[in-house]
Design a protein around this ligand. Structure first.
Ligand code: PLP
Length: 429
């Protein structure tokens, strides 16, 4: 802590905690509310929104360390003798490096993700930063989120990397290459085995990057299954209210985190103050939201899949006929029955994610279904408290045009069920 802290200037003037040190394995719901207590200085219970782009240096000249000296003696044990008041980078300097609000969010995230976390302006900015840093020669990737392929197209143009399929031969990968695994995957919400791809990558000295946006903390722990780097579009569940863009990279490799932070300073893609503040506010309820959204989605999927198979289960038998008339197939990790015992139950022990997809019988009904819903907004994106439904052809030119993506919010699930059923009914009327 700087020694000249006084009054309002002292508030939250800390730099990020250096590394992930699990204090005690608290429940994630507890960590989401308290893991940032170490940053509390003032008496505010709710963190303030800090807008400063620059921060005063220490007022005591003895405490000032020129950057040249800092670089020379950063690893030197004598540093503290030369500069007795110096503790490594203990305050914010300029907000392209660190700033109070996103530092607080990163502190919360590092405890929830069980790894150190770096935030970015968006999920794709995080992904771009990952590829700039790792600079792999080969990237093995499946279909998934179309925007990620846009980032790869940029990267292959600039760096000449080669894009391979997710199911490429392990022999095609070499040291430093990357397997990019999105799970659960956009837009269907189906899951892939993290362990399997981690083993494949590591057998060749390659790394596993997991885009875990659809399986936020609470649903899966990619690091315990072998992931080297985890990316989230924080725009989705971490933000949770459809009102901010954010990206996150997390890793247990402290050298990577140090370098990613440094490179972010030059990429310039730091999270804004407002987003850091909103994100902190949102993460408090992450566990509550995601658990509820995931349970509701799984109930809806099971209900819909049941109707498709002719099992009414308390619904009107007429509903079976309606659903069978308009729906071709439902997609969701909870329907991967053959994968459950082998790996899926272990990977997603607390639920299968709040996003699922429906292949309709015709493109026409996929285009019309959203307009028949009253509770679901017809909009892209996911992870917010509001349920969304999207004719996916509106934003992804690679998907089956009969596909509708559904993101479940925090509403009562049976209201959502009734809304969907009425919409299906309106299609056949
Ligand atoms: C939304 C999304 C992204 C991109 O995140 P932005 O925050 O929109 O940049 C990447 N991957 C997946 C799986 C997503 O859903």
């Amino acid at each position: 802590m700087r020694s000249d802290t006084n009054g309002i200037n002292a508030i939250e003037n800390h730099a990020p905690p250096r590394s992930y040190l699990p204090p005690k394995r608290f429940d994630p719901a507890t960590l989401a509310v308290h893991a940032d207590n170490v940053l509390n200085v003032g008496s505010d219970v709710a963190p303030a929104l800090h807008v400063s782009s620059t921060f005063r240096y220490a007022s005591d000249p003895d405490e000032l360390v020129a950057t040249q000296d800092l670089k020379v003696c950063l690893s030197s044990p004598q540093l503290s003798q030369v500069y007795p008041h110096f503790t490594m980078l203990d305050t914010h300097i300029y907000s392209r490096e660190t700033a109070p609000n996103f530092t607080r969010l990163e502190t919360l995230l590092q405890s929830l993700l069980t790894a150190s976390a770096v935030t970015y302006t968006s999920g794709l900015a995080a992904l771009h930063a990952a590829y700039v840093y790792l600079n792999p020669k080969n990237i093995s990737i499946g279909r998934g989120y179309h925007g990620s392929h846009g980032v790869l197209a940029l990267h292959t143009r600039i760096a000449g990397a080669k894009v391979l399929s997710l199911e490429c031969d392990a022999q095609d990968l070499g040291a430093g290459d990357v397997i990019h695994l999105e799970t659960p995957v956009n837009p269907t919400g189906e899951a892939f085995s993290i362990k399997k791809y981690a083993e494949k990558a590591h057998s060749r000295g390659a790394y596993l990057l997991v885009d875990a946006t659809f399986g936020p903390p609470g649903l899966q722990e990619p690091f315990s299954l072998g992931a080297d780097l985890v990316m989230h579009s924080g725009t989705k569940y971490i933000g949770g209210h459809s009102d901010m863009l954010c990206g996150v990279l997390a890793s247990r490799n402290e050298e990577w985190i140090h370098d990613l932070r440094e490179e972010r300073t030059y990429l310039g893609s730091v999270l804004g103050n407002m987003e850091g503040w909103l994100g902190t506010r949102s993460v408090r309820t992450l566990a509550l939201r995601v658990e509820r959204q995931s349970v509701s989605a799984t109930k809806l999927v099971s209900w819909l899949d049941g109707l498709l198979k002719g099992e009414a289960h308390g619904s009107r038998t007429k509903d079976c006929g309606v659903v069978q008339q308009v729906v071709e197939k439902v997609h969701h990790a909870s329907l991967q029955h053959l994968d459950m015992k082998p790996w899926l139950e272990e990977q997603m022990p607390n639920g299968f994610g709040p996003v699922f997809a429906i292949t309709m019988k015709t493109e026409e009904s996929a285009r019309s279904l959203p307009s028949k819903c009253k509770l679901f907004h017809h909009a892209t994106s996911l992870g917010g408290v509001e349920s969304l439904i999207e004719w996916r052809a509106m934003s992804d030119d690679t998907v089956d045009r009969r596909l509708v993506r559904v993101s479940i919010g925090v509403e009562g699930w049976s209201d959502l069920k009734d809304d969907l059923m009425e919409a299906f009914g309106a299609l056949v009327d």
